[in-house]
Design a protein. Sequence first.
Length: 220
Amino acid sequence: MPTPIALTDLGPVAQLRAGRLGRRLPQLVVGLGLYGVSLAMMVRGTLGLAPWDVLHSGLIRYLPITLGQAVIAMSFVVLIAWVPLRETPGIGTVLNALLVGTTADLTLAALGEPSSLGARLALTVGGVALCGLASALYIGAQLGRGPRDGLMTGLARRTGWSLRLVRTGLEVGVVLVGLALGGVLGLGTVLYALGIGPLAQALLPWFQVRLDDPVSDGSR
């Protein structure tokens, strides 16, 4: 296995100055695209969604929008919460907000819902596994956190609480709100909660890009 490289926390200008954009930008876009595909796979599996997607699936019961549009809209709502936390969006932050939901809608339009339990289970498990790969790809590109990840790290920094505690609190909160709105909770939610962290951690060393020595842009 490749030797892990420390993740670098950079502002948007320093991200561009850090080099290797010919690999990092395509890797970011592919990772975010696969993230949207994984979301759609879990939707078509109908066995439960990731915590934030429980919320998104609840929202579309009351709003005349698609699931992907709900993902995009909630991404920008979360970004507003970055302001008091003094988090700085990066290139990946903006692309995350736009591409995941768009790719999810395109995949949902092309992917039908299977009738057999075995196929639905395969889609659910495959969606979780693909999301782990997608997370490693987009995080490894080192072009900025996604809106929800930035909310987690910002809250942890401001409160002094651990990332684990903040992430757990956020995900329990969005699941409860999503359930109140009629969102989809099930086996897939449990598999995602248990599997996504270990999967992303195991795969990240394979896709983490070593950066040149960046010059700080003063945004951090």
